[in-house]
Design a protein around this ligand. Sequence first.
Ligand SMILES: C[S@@+](CC[C@H](N)C(=O)[O-])C[C@H]1O[C@@H](n2cnc3c(N)ncnc32)[C@H](O)[C@@H]1O
Length: 268
Amino acid sequence: MTTRTERYGDHIFSHTRADERARLTALAEVLDPISLDALAAPASGPVRRCLELAAGTGSVARRMLDLFPTAHVTATEVDLRFLDAICEDRLEILHHDVTADGFPDGSFDVIHARYLLHHLPTREETFGRIVRWLAPGGRLIIEEPALFSLEAARDETYRRVSLGALRVLAERLGTDCTHWGLDLPRTATAKGLTDITLRTTVPTVTHDSPMGRFWRLTLAHLAPEIERLPGVLPDDTPTVLDRLARPGLVEMGMATVTLTAAKPARAS
Ligand SMILES: C[S@@+](CC[C@H](N)C(=O)[O-])C[C@H]1O[C@@H](n2cnc3c(N)ncnc32)[C@H](O)[C@@H]1O
């Protein structure tokens, strides 16, 4: 059973933190090209209504406007701080908690959510709700992290601290970076989706790569909690943060699993 002591954004990864916009911008730099590839795949029908869930800084929602030039795009978030200044024709920004707020069944032709569900203890049920919001013939794109590449990292200290960060998230938020991402095809099949494809990407971590910046900001934020974990040595976290700030370390970053799936045209 998943337990947690707080929700995403209560303390951990709050959008009020000075570095949070930079952290999410670095993540977008790593993942936007992958998300856009998935979104650009030919659609089975016209795309008139798109949903970007948990839009963060809004980078994908804005690109949806270019990819689907006649579509109405809805971008949702529980914290609108990084979206407030965005004002575009055809883009609606909505305060919306994916676990509690709904949309009518069949509302969207394309739905995208990135790095959201693994943080939510009700991820499986929420996935089912999202599938209902998809129109028959519509396309779902879900992108989630997976930690196997960190388990395989050659640098022992980097590996210990990186896996420690994910243990902190599991204990505090109920985050699952172990099974959820890799199980997405099974979850999608169980919810009746078809035409499933899976792309897995493992970006490089160096001091100046986008994944390196994202990971250094993530580890720096979680450092006090990582240092308290059994098995993590007192110098481990400062050592890794220092090595991530200078040329030298070249390692695998966290993997991202990109699932695309379709809702059968005649589904009820
Ligand atoms: C790791 S960030 C990813 C942001 C964006 N999807 C991206 O990949 O660039 C997770 C985002 O989910 C939002 N979030 C967390 N819980 C949410 C919920 N229950 N409903 C909607 N958004 C949520 C957070 O505010 C945060 O912006």
